[in-house]
Design a protein around this ligand. Structure first.
Ligand code: 13P
Ligand code: SF4
Length: 316
């Protein structure tokens, strides 16, 4: 379902949109959560900007009645699992994650029936229905920790085969069975794109997201979640970085680490779903509180256990 085009879409200047959004946010007792890959102007109106784990934590912690989710569908679903009483507008319902759709709950259930000894760990980039048939949920920042602490030696990791391989390399004591899913944006980042960027910026360190292929991760100086990339850039001695991730990440990095320089690979990776959210749609969502995401209660209660396990702090 596409959002209705509004006549003022083309007419209102950005500063007016921002002014209206901020006023309406106040009136509605709303907060705006934005993922690091959102358009710069959308990130700039966010009360919190972060990675999937940070957004889930913020959603669980806020006491605002309305949480406007500037991200993709599974992120708003995760918030709905954690806080069923909040209203959760997602400014464009078409903002999905193709990787999340690569695993279906009935396939996962079938796998479980055939392999009852296997523990199922789902990356947060899954539907609520898949989380409901999983034992644990994790994000890119805690996948290794979560897999290390699961009981049992055989783990089905889904849906990202690249993140599964990254985890398998770091948790050799467990057998990791990868699902055959992938993020088309990170899969599209090729080793030669990074090598070419390194030729152009020979002093630069490479920061990569673990959704990249092993061939790309081999070139990385730092492998981090999106928010982890900010910490890596702050902590490193290097002054320049090549980013093996979605290009939206350039904005929070340039804001948080203004003295350093950040470059995309030679072919710029872009997630079209992450760019569907615009200021106009955020304003519409605040005006109408539509379209909203709400996970059905039967699925929610089954998914909650796996999602809560994802939020356990590192080392706990
Ligand atoms: P992060 O959890 O690292 O923000 O990643 C989310 C995502 O969709 C990466 O493609
Ligand atoms: Fe999904 Fe990839 Fe887009 Fe992240 S970048 S939301 S994993 S398609």
């Amino acid at each position: 379902m596409r959002n209705r085009e509004t006549p003022y879409e083309l007419l209102l200047p950005e500063e007016v949109l921002v002014e209206r959004i901020l006023a309406l946010k106040e009136k509605r007792n709303a907060v705006i959560l934005a993922h690091n890959y959102q358009r710069p102007e959308v990130q700039d109106i966010g009360d919190f900007v972060g990675d999937s784990l940070g957004l889930a934590r913020q959603a669980a912690r806020t006491d605002a009645e309305v949480v406007v989710f500037c991200g993709v569908h599974f992120m708003a679903e995760t918030a709905s699992i954690l806080c069923p009483d909040r209203l959760l507008p997602l400014p464009d319902l078409n903002a999905g994650c193709p990787m999340a759709d690569m695993a279906e709950a009935r396939e996962v259930k079938r796998f479980r029936e055939e392999h009852p000894e296997v523990t199922v760990v789902s990356y947060v980039n899954t539907t609520a229905a898949v989380k409901a048939v999983s034992d644990y949920c994790c994000t890119s920042s805690n996948a290794v920790d979560v897999v290390r602490r699961v009981e049992g030696e055989r783990v089905l990791f889904l849906p990202d085969r690249n993140l599964a391989a990254y985890v398998a390399d770091r948790v050799p004591e467990k057998e990791i069975i990868p699902w055959d899913g992938f993020c088309h944006v990170h899969q599209g980042i090729r080793r030669e794109h990074i090598l070419r960027a390194k030729e152009l910026h020979p002093e630069a360190e490479v920061i990569a997201h673990p959704e990249c292929t092993r061939e790309v991760l081999e070139l990385a100086d730092h492998i981090r979640s999106t928010s982890g990339m900010v910490e890596a850039a702050q902590e490193s001695e290097a002054r320049e970085f090549i980013l093996a991730t979605e290009c939206g990440m350039l904005h929070p990095l340039r804001k948080a680490v203004p003295g350093k320089r950040f470059f995309p690979p030679v072919v710029e990776p872009l997630c079209p779903n992450m760019k569907l959210t615009t200021l106009t749609k955020v304003l519409q969502a605040l005006e109408t509180l539509q379209p909203r995401v709400k996970v059905p209660e039967g699925i929610r209660v089954r998914a909650l256990k796996a999602v809560e396990r994802m939020l356990v702090p590192h080392g706990a």
